[in-house]
Write a protein that binds this ligand. Structure first.
Ligand code: SF4
Ligand code: SF4
Length: 97
């Protein structure tokens, strides 16, 4: 009996991880007025996918997300992910509140 090529699922998962890593690289959070030194030192960003800032970012002082290439690439509907949590948590595809 023939079986699926071994490692196919692993390769697909690796491709998914590589794609996410590439998107993380172009996240423009570090240029945002809301971003801070704490978040930088904790290597926090890419909040739309990885979820909100754990402790570093509390207040909102503007948001660059709508201008970020990742926002269009991923078809996001929300913003201020650092304080309001990921796109999934805010409701993927639902209009911004
Ligand atoms: S949409 Fe916002 S959180 Fe997501 S990658 Fe762009 S700047 Fe970062
Ligand atoms: S998620 Fe939006 S508000 Fe938060 S740091 Fe990134 S660009 Fe700024």
């Amino acid at each position: 009996m023939r079986r699926a090529a071994p490692g196919l699922a692993a390769r697909e998962e690796q491709e998914r991880q590589d794609a996410l890593k590439a998107l993380r690289e172009i996240c423009i959070c570090p240029g945002c007025p809301t971003y801070n030194v704490c978040a930088e030192q904790a290597a926090e960003k890419f909040f739309c996918a990885e979820g909100g800032s754990t402790v570093c970012i509390q207040g909102e002082h503007g948001c660059l997300c709508p201008d970020c290439p990742v926002h269009a690439e991923m078809g996001l509907s929300h913003r201020s992910f650092c304080t309001r949590d990921s796109e999934t948590v805010q409701g993927y595809g639902t209009p911004e509140r």
